[in-house]
Design a binder for this molecule. Structure first.
Ligand code: SF4
Length: 71
């Protein structure tokens, strides 16, 4: 699984890194520091990634499930 964060949508509510503190962090303005990035999600943090995506009111967070090509 990968997590992608769309910088044009992020409004800095901070809900994502509040529920996924092991995966995401905040920058000095309160926006998610990983804006514009696509990160690999370690298996043990998948639940946090899902919670972060569910928590974002701007739908800025997309989850990309691994495909057979990633195996
Ligand atoms: S919850 Fe969404 S809008 Fe808020 S900081 Fe995280 S990615 Fe940005």
């Amino acid at each position: 699984m990968r997590i992608s964060i769309e910088p044009n949508r992020c409004m800095g509510h901070g809900r994502c890194y509040a529920v996924a503190a092991d995966l995401l962090s905040d920058d000095e303005q309160g926006f998610v520091a990983e804006c514009g990035q696509t990160l690999d999600v370690p298996e043990h943090l998948r639940d946090q990634a899902r919670e972060a995506a569910d928590a974002c009111p701007e739908s800025a967070i997309s989850l990309l499930e691994a495909t057979a090509a990633d195996a």
